[in-house]
Design a protein. Structure first.
Lengths: 288, 299, 252
């Protein structure tokens, strides 16, 4: 085989190969769009003011999904209360305070592990520690605490990353003007990193809002005839509700199922979109 | 006076931040302690031989977790076999061949996939994927290990794609330029130079993909048919199965606290914890090694 | 002539091994422009950063010797570094306006001290900006982001930021290296005025600048102090061969 023929052959392989990769990429991306469009089409007819604002009726086969929506909002806020201050502070510690020593490496290993622990194991842990040992019972509080710990690694990592992207010159200058570590963080680096931090918080909470396994035995209720009145009450939640109506309620109208899925999807993807918008806006505005 | 109070505030804040920094270690420790506290008594209730037996039928006191472990393995292996070509292929395309406008379009789409709650995918699995495979493959039920594997592949794809793409992007441009200067085509450069140079990053992606698959709960529980039987051959892929995670999720709600069944479910939790520990430590040491190598090469 | 800072047998090595200092003995003279010059990597910046303990931020492997300032060895661990940095201010080679408004930049050091009275702060800001010859150019837009002004103005802002704290010593590490000749001249002129009230330590960005402004000069080469003396004499008739070679442009 002479050289021009060889190189023509290589060119053919390349063209073929790239088209194959195009196909593969398409196979990865198309289902995502498909899923969203499909749920939108099937779910939209179910959405009405009543659906969003009323209690379920007839064994959840009619009426609205208000308690599940409210429950997910409560759980998300409850998670934020614990995980945001703790996660942001831990991110600040890693980015601004910690030196590169054995303890810091241990912290990083711990964070990596927290991020990898299966969600259902968080559920077991929450049951063992919060529900039983601390006697919080199956409650919004116990579920929120469980979700908080699960959310921590995301918030810590994104906070650290956002702080590290702030130019070091700012820290040096602030220190040279008599700034302490905390003053420098509070007045300069944290405000500069804020868009990244907020993005991380939203992404973490987005995950918490969509999770089912960690709340199964820590705070989720199959059905409640009224809205939760205190953090010590159990609650319905959108993800668990989807699980319940799609597996455990015979004769469940499909429309309600798709409608509920659509509401959760809007909730979760809305947060995702918000995070993306904040990130892009901050990038465009950044002066350094 | 004012300076003193400011210094005191500063000291308090600094200690709080340090405490928060250490909290991750505390939580990992707490998780391990409570899993062990509730799970280890299983060894008193059930003999080791029975625990690793092949029959899971808690009502009659059979707590053999082998069917559950093999169920998890079966579904995970299936998922990875599907996700590797798709994930690595997509990553290579995005980082080596895609025009930038397409990359900017596709990456957010794949991120959206990462954000989809697994219960939503499980729901679609029940509604669409399972009936499709039942008809398409002419099976008695569509709720099989295979359906679970397909969903798991979808769930682990974003992890694999984004980490693999990062790994490919950190390969120094000089490598590619060198290969291209020697007359290699883009295709040869990608597979002959870039991909091998990024191999530890790609392995990391793979490990984390496996981690996500083994730990995934809801989607798998909803579509695998929940039959805790020991697989007996390749066709087991097209039969119902039951993973460790699904077992915990579906049975913990009904057990009496402190019963053997309860302890065994926590014991399964310990196994899952250890698996995720090994997977994640391996992945992070792999990525650390690749970073060190890159630093050495670039310095 | 009175010594403001006295360096005794100072040695310093960084972990990354980029720059180091070996047995430095030098005096910083009060109310004068003290110039530390020499080729890059000679240790001038490291010495400057030791004066206000900014090297605490870096990874220092070895540090020995003494730096005496106001009757205290500031390298002692019990030194109040915050107080020290307020007394010994620093201007860096690139203008780094903090991502705040012009006003906030100048008031920054005072705000950190806990000064909250608006009128005090306003007074201090105006005074500092006037000293740095920037007041007339920016007085109408003090609430604009500091990044909006030109590079030369930014560097004078950085000088004003230091002056607002009314320090005793001002360290300038190649403050004009990123500036055009006009801005450079403005900064140099400010220095000559400022030395009436302040002690100035300047790492110049070339020999010409060193010769123009130096009252006292110290020549550093590879971490050692080669020659030290009165500026005029040192540039006209250096005693050491290396200094002469460098000053006359034979290497550098």
């Amino acid at each position: 085989m002479n050289l021009p023929e060889y190189s023509r052959k290589m060119r053919q392989v390349e063209v073929l190969g790239i088209n194959l990769l195009r196909l593969i990429t398409l196979l990865t991306a198309v289902p995502v769009i498909g899923i969203i469009v499909f749920i939108l089409i099937r779910g939209l007819p179910a959405i009405s003011w009543e659906f969003l604002t009323q209690m379920p009726r007839d064994g959840m086969r009619a009426g609205g999904i208000l308690p599940a929506i409210i429950g997910t909002v409560y759980l998300t806020l409850g998670t934020a209360i614990f995980s945001v201050p703790l996660g942001v502070a831990a991110g600040i510690y890693l980015a601004e305070y910690a030196s590169d020593n054995a303890t810091t490496r241990l912290i990083r290993i711990a964070i990596i592990n927290l991020a990898g622990i299966p969600s259902v194991v968080y559920g077991l842990f929450g049951l063992g520690l919060f529900v039983l040992f601390l006697r919080l019972g199956t409650s919004i509080l116990a579920a929120s605490l469980t979700l908080s710990i699960m959310t921590l690694p995301v918030i810590i990592s994104t906070t650290e990353e956002a702080l590290r992207s702030v130019p070091n010159a700012f820290r040096v200058v602030s220190t040279s003007l008599g700034g302490t570590r905390w003053q420098t963080t509070w007045r300069i680096t944290l405000p500069q990193a804020m868009p990244g931090v907020i993005t991380g918080i939203i992404l973490g909470l987005e995950r918490a809002a969509g999770e089912t396994a960690p709340i199964l035995f820590t705070g989720a209720a199959f059905f409640l005839p009224r809205l939760p009145a205190s953090p010590m009450d159990a609650t319905m939640a959108l993800p668990y509700h989807i699980f319940v109506i799609s597996t455990s309620v015979p004769g469940m109208p499909l429309q309600i199922q798709y409608g509920t899925v659509l509401v959760l999807l809007v909730f979760v993807l809305g947060m995702n979109l918000l995070a993306t918008l904040i990130r892009n806006r901050a990038r465009a505005r950044r002066q350094w | 006076m004012k300076a003193q109070r400011a210094a005191l505030n500063e000291r308090i804040i600094n200690s709080l931040i340090k405490l928060a920094g250490y909290s991750s270690i505390v939580f990992v420790g707490l998780i391990l302690i409570f899993l062990v506290r509730e799970g280890l008594p299983a060894l008193n209730d059930v003999s080791l031989k029975d625990l690793f037996g092949s029959r899971w039928y808690p009502i009659e006191g059979y707590f053999g977790i082998l069917p559950l472990i093999s169920g998890s393995l079966l579904v995970t292996v299936g998922a990875i076999l599907i996700a590797i070509p798709l994930g690595i292929g997509t990553a290579v395309f995005l980082s080596e061949f895609s025009p930038s406008w397409l990359r900017n379009l596709l990456k957010p789409i794949i991120e959206v996939l990462a954000g989809l709650p697994s219960v939503v995918l499980g729901f679609l699995g029940i509604q669409i994927v399972a009936p499709f495979f039942r008809r398409f493959l002419d099976l008695p039920t569509g709720l099989t290990a295979f359906t679970g594997a397909v969903l798991l592949a979808l769930i682990s794809l974003p992890t694999i794609v984004s980490i693999a793409e990062d790994a490919l992007n950190t390969v120094p441009p000089a490598y590619r330029q060198g290969a291209l200067a020697l007359g290699a085509t883009n295709w040869q450069t990608a597979w002959g130079v870039t991909v091998p140079a990024a191999r530890s990053g790609l392995l990391t992606a793979l490990m984390l993909g496996i981690g996500r698959s083994i730990g995934e709960t809801m989607a798998v529980m909803m579509v695998t048919g929940n039959a805790p039987v020991l697989p007996s051959g390749l066709n087991a892929l097209f039969l119902p199965a039951r993973t460790m995670t699904a077992t915990i999720a579906s049975e913990m709600g009904e057990v009496a606290t402190g019963s053997p069944h309860y302890h065994v479910l926590f014991f399964i939790g310990i196994i899952l914890f250890l698996i995720s520990l090994v997977v994640n430590l391996t992945a992070s040491s792999l990525s650390l090694r690749s970073r060190k190598r890159a630093e050495r090469l670039l310095s | 002539m009175q010594s403001k800072i006295s360096v005794q047998n100072l040695s310093l090595t960084y972990s990354d091994g980029v720059e180091s200092l070996h047995g430095i003995n030098v005096e910083v003279i009060s109310n004068a422009v003290n110039v530390f010059f020499g080729p890059a990597g000679g240790g001038k910046s490291s010495l400057l950063r030791a004066f206000n303990r900014l090297n605490d931020l870096a990874d220092v492997r070895h540090l020995s010797g003494e730096i005496w300032f106001n009757g205290k060895n500031i390298l002692e661990p019990d030194t109040d570094v915050i107080e020290l940095r307020r007394k010994i201010g620093m201007v860096f080679s690139r203008p780094v306006p903090l991502p705040l408004t012009l006003w906030e930049n100048v008031a920054y050091g005072l705000l950190l001290m806990g000064e909250k009275r608006k009128n005090r702060l306003d007074e201090a800001v105006e005074k500092a900006l006037r000293l740095a010859a920037l007041w007339d150019e920016v007085k109408d837009r003090l609430n604009d982001p500091a990044s909006a002004i030109s590079g030369g103005q930014q560097q004078r802002l950085c000088l004003a930021r230091v002056l607002a704290l009314e320090p005793e010593v001002i360290l300038l590490d190649e403050p004009t290296s990123a500036l055009d000749p006009v801005s450079t001249a403005k900064i140099e002129y400010s220095l000559l005025e400022l030395k009436e009230q302040y002690t100035i330590v300047l790492v110049p960005h070339n020999v010409q600048q060193a010769a123009r402004v130096a009252d006292y000069a110290a020549f550093f080469l590879q971490g050692r102090l080669v020659e030290y003396g009165i500026g005029k004499q040192l540039f006209v008739s250096p005693k050491v061969k290396e200094t002469e070679d460098y000053v006359t442009g034979r290497f550098g």
